[in-house]
Every structure is written in structure tokens, then in C-alpha cells.
Design a protein around this ligand. Structure first.
Ligand code: GRF
Length: 218
């Protein structure tokens, strides 16, 4: 028997491209990473991320939400797969379905999301367009524990990027996405190690890792 602590079994929930999911899969290849991506679950059978996950020989399941009579029914089917696969932690990675309070509560403190803005600014969609329209000089991304309100919940890690004069939503979005791919594996590592605690809505114990908190050189 190995004395290594058991890796946490993680499900990545996706709806599309899956580049954040891919960054988690890549990170989890490291022998000392405290989590393995044991399952990829998509609500869209045509999600590009599913093909990537299958090519990596990761268990991949498509549950088409349109095949269920309502949200609760769809979530019951998801929950059954998560339980079957003995999942410890869920990472939402571009998963475009709102979740019921019941599902969120079942995974409280065990479900992470990545959002392409510095929360609590720019909840919801079109974050890069809105940041540009407001003329902000700093933008970024956030990994947080999922709470019942959309794009809310205790913040685990944030990465800031500068907004440049010539930026379009696409160029700004690409700069943010590059940081998403670094910060999500970092946040999952902290969560899977059991390093984090939540006090009065704040996540503590993350170690003040400045590389993820400061705008990188342009
Ligand atoms: C990312 O920008 C993520 O922050 C947001 O949805 C997008 C998903 O992209 N929640 P991908 O599917 O991970 O490439």
C-alpha cells in the first residue's frame, strides 16, 4: 500500500470548447497533483471538449438536458453519474446550465466555477465587452466555490490582466483565457489538498500566491 494521500476524484462539467477542462487534465498529469480528472460530463453531446477528453481516455458522458422534462430531472441524472463515479469535487468549466439550489447545496464547498471577470464585477455573460465598454484598466478571472446565486460564492483565486488601448473583446478575452488556464489548476490544487477554509464568506489558506494575483508583464 502506498502512503501517498489518495487523489481527489474530480468531475469537469462542460458545455462546449473545454479549454479549461483541458488545462485541468494537463495539470492533473503531474504525479504530485492532488486530484485526478475522473469524469467529464457535458450537457451537450456535440461539445468539442468531449472529444478531447475521450482522446485522453477519460470517462466522458453526455447527458443532453433537452431529453429531460425539467431541470431537477436532468440534475438527478447528473447526480447519479457523479455518485456512480465516486466524485469528490466538481469543477464547472464553461458549463452553461443554471443549477438548482438543491444541486448546489448537495455540492456545497465541493463545487468550483471559473468566471471570466474579476467578481463581483461582471457577473453573467459578455464580460469582456462590458469591461471594455466601462473603460476599466484591469480585468481578469475568478475561481470560486459555487453558491446558489449565479456567479457568486466564496472566492478562491483571482488573476488580473491589463486592458490595453487596442483591445477588442476577442484580444482581451484571449488574455484572460490564458490566465484562466493557469488559475483553475492552481485553485483546484488548493481545494483538493484541503488547504482552504471558509470564514465569514472568505476563503482563507490559499497562501497569497502573488503570481496569480498580479497582472503579468505585457
Ligand atoms: C471560459 O471563459 C470560462 O471562464 C467561462 O466559460 C468559458 C469556457 O471556455 N465560464 P472553455 O470551454 O473552458 O474553453
Amino acid at each position: 500500500m502506498s502512503n501517498e494521500p489518495k487523489k481527489k476524484r474530480v468531475a469537469a462539467l462542460i458545455s462546449g470548447r473545454g479549454s479549461n477542462m483541458a488545462s485541468l487534465i494537463e495539470a492533473a498529469r503531474a504525479p504530485d497533483y492532488p486530484a485526478e480528472i475522473a469524469l467529464v460530463l457535458s450537457n451537450r453531446p456535440d461539445a468539442a471538449g468531449l472529444a478531447f477528453a475521450r482522446a485522453q481516455e477519460i470517462k466522458s458522458v453526455a447527458l443532453d438536458h433537452k431529453a429531460y422534462v425539467n431541470r431537477a430531472d436532468f440534475e438527478r441524472a447528473m447526480q447519479a453519474v457523479l455518485v456512480e463515479e465516486r466524485i469528490d469535487l466538481v469543477c464547472l468549466a464553461g458549463f452553461m446550465r443554471l443549477l438548482t439550489a438543491e444541486f448546489v447545496e448537495a455540492w456545497q464547498g465541493k463545487m468550483l466555477n471559473i468566471h471570466p471577470a474579476l467578481l463581483p464585477s461582471y457577473k453573467g455573460l459578455h464580460t469582456h465587452e462590458r469591461a471594455l465598454a466601462d473603460g476599466v484598466k484591469i480585468h481578469g478571472c475568478t475561481v470560486h466555490y459555487v453558491a446558489t446565486d449565479m456567479d457568486a460564492g466564496p472566492i478562491i483565486a483571482q488573476a488580473a490582466v491589463p486592458v490595453l488601448d487596442a483591445d477588442t473583446p476577442d484580444t482581451l478575452g484571449a488574455r484572460v483565457l490564458a490566465r484562466e488556464h493557469a488559475i483553475y489548476p492552481h485553485a483546484l490544487r488548493l481545494a483538493a489538498e484541503g488547504a482552504l477554509r471558509i470564514e465569514n464568506g472568505r476563503v482563507l489558506g490559499g497562501g497569497d500566491s502573488e503570481g496569480f494575483l498580479m497582472a503579468p508583464a505585457i
